[in-house]
Design a protein around this ligand. Structure first.
Ligand code: BES
Ligand code: MN
Ligand code: MN
Length: 456
């Protein structure tokens, strides 16, 4: 292990340069204008995996963006780790809020600023470099399979199909994912939960055309007003979600688990200060960490309609729209919740408008075990490099494919993420600490070592 760690120290500059190179390619999966760039990123990852020493490296086409696969099987008697991550990124807009262009990475104040720096190119690249360090120094303690996809940010539906079609090829003992965050570098933690997602789009139609707001206003329902009221009614005075049946399948978290959660270090004043808010908000009866970790939520992601151009136009719009997402917890399921939402939303529409509800991509919630060899290996690896044992936490985000690792491949996942909530993922000025990047590279080889030791 000494040789592996020295190799990492000696190659830090190159490891950084290589990451910057992949950050320069705008692999925005949601925008078809970037299709060629997404492919170029897949090819870049493929080439780096080959150079690092992986075998059978390929770019696997799908109906959408490709999946990069590669492996190193050194000994059938050793356990196999399936490393999953994504090389696609979220759109970078609003561009004018970036201090430097999103695809021209810069290192400032010890952080790499670029779209994807943390989510998830930076964290994927840690795995490739840790693998290189292990291979070059004869320190690979497990077999490894890499599966790096290009559609996580758009729901991973083609990866779901890929899992179905490649069960044999993907045989492994655990899935290792670095795509989540820690509390801080001083308080390392491991996410043991991801929420599910149901994502809806609603369209409210009033009159058959845009109308003069003086001639018709006051006599015809304004879809924007109606939609606003409908949306406002989705939470009650306790900020409970009013969608009928929404909480029916929510698993209750034991008092013991809630007590453990309450011990997680969390500074509410820091939280408010960071976000420049005077007060927090949320479901009555739950703490902030519970609201984002173990409770389901409903958010309006965007709302539009009518005239939003320069100046004033007097118009009563024909249509109003909104994108509404719900984060789900065990044992809610995405499709069931989408159906409940659709029924509810249709039922609260007044006769003066028509509503159309459509379902976008979704994903199921997961809770990962803390008593497994993989969790213990991740905890010990982090303890080795951070000097502190990590705290298990319940993350608020979603990684849709993780539930399918279990369902389709029968594999548990360990979420050994090195990001921070303050890394501004999906926001302008996304960044990733150099310390996080290199600590990640240093920690991963220990995971291999301890997993090989703990596994059976
Ligand atoms: N890496 C994130 C998820 C995440 C971030 C989990 C931080 C825990 C902590 C992932 O790339 C992501 O953004 N997922 C999307 C879901 C997807 C279907 C668009 C999300 O959570 O909104
Ligand atoms: Mn991610
Ligand atoms: Mn993301």
């Amino acid at each position: 292990m000494q040789a592996v760690q020295s190799y990492i120290t000696e190659n830090k500059d190159r490891f950084l340069e290589e990451l910057l190179a992949v950050l320069r390619i705008p692999s925005i999966s949601a925008d078809s204008n970037y299709k060629a760039d997404v492919l170029r990123t897949a090819e870049f990852i493929r080439d780096r995996l080959k150079e690092a020493g992986a075998d059978n490296v390929e770019v696997c086409p799908t109906k959408g963006h490709p999946i990069v696969y590669g492996e190193k099987i050194i000994n059938a008697s050793l356990p196999t780790i399936l490393v999953y991550g994504h090389y696609d990124v979220q759109p970078a807009d609003p561009l004018d809020l970036w201090d430097s262009p999103p695809f021209e990475p810069v290192v400032k104040d010890g952080k790499i600023f670029a779209r994807g720096a943390c989510d998830d190119k930076g964290q994927v690249y840690m795995h490739i470099k840790a693998f290189e360090a292990m291979i070059k120094n004869g320190g690979l303690a497990c077999n490894v399979k890499f599966m790096i996809e290009g559609e996580e940010e758009v729901g991973s539906s083609n990866l779901g199909i890929f899992l179905e079609q490649n069960k044999e090829k993907l045989k492994a003992d655990v899935v290792l994912v670095s795509d989540t965050s820690m509390i801080s570098m001083d308080i390392p933690s491991i996410d043991v939960g991801l929420r599910g997602l149901a994502y809806m789009e609603v369209e409210v139609t009033g009159p058959n055309r845009d109308l003069h707001s003086g001639v018709y206003g006051g006599a015809v329902a304004n879809p924007l007003t109606i939609l606003s009221k409908m949306i406002a009614s989705l939470h009650d005075e306790n900020n409970h979600i009013t969608v009928k049946g929404f909480y029916d399948s929510v698993a209750t978290v034991s008092a013991e688990d809630r007590a453990a959660m309450a011990k997680t270090p969390f500074d509410i004043e820091e939280y408010k200060k960071d976000l420049e808010i005077n007060d927090i908000w949320g479901e009555k009866g739950y703490t902030t960490l519970e609201r984002t970790g173990i409770r389901p939520t409903l958010e309006v992601n965007g709302m539009w309609g009518g005239y939003i151009g320069e100046g004033a136009k007097t118009v009563l719009p024909s249509k109003a729209f909104a994108k509404i997402s719900m984060r789900l917890v065990p044992n809610q399921t995405s499709h069931e919740i989408a159906e409940l939402f659709t029924k509810h939303f249709e039922s609260i529409a007044p006769a003066s408008v028509k509503v159309k509800v459509t379902e976008h991509h979704g994903g199921e919630p997961v809770v990962t075990p803390t008593d497994s060899a993989a969790y213990k290996a991740a905890a010990k690896a982090i303890e080795t490099t951070f000097g502190k044992s990590p705290i298990p936490t319940r993350g608020g985000g979603s990684i849709p494919i993780v539930a399918l690792f279990e369902k389709t491949l029968g594999l548990k996942t360990v979420l050994m993420g090195f990001g921070l909530d303050s890394d501004a993922i999906h926001s302008p000025n996304e960044h990733y600490g150099l310390v996080n990047y290199f600590k990640g590279i240093e920690t991963i080889p220990y995971f291999y070592k301890y997993f090989a030791e703990y596994h059976q």
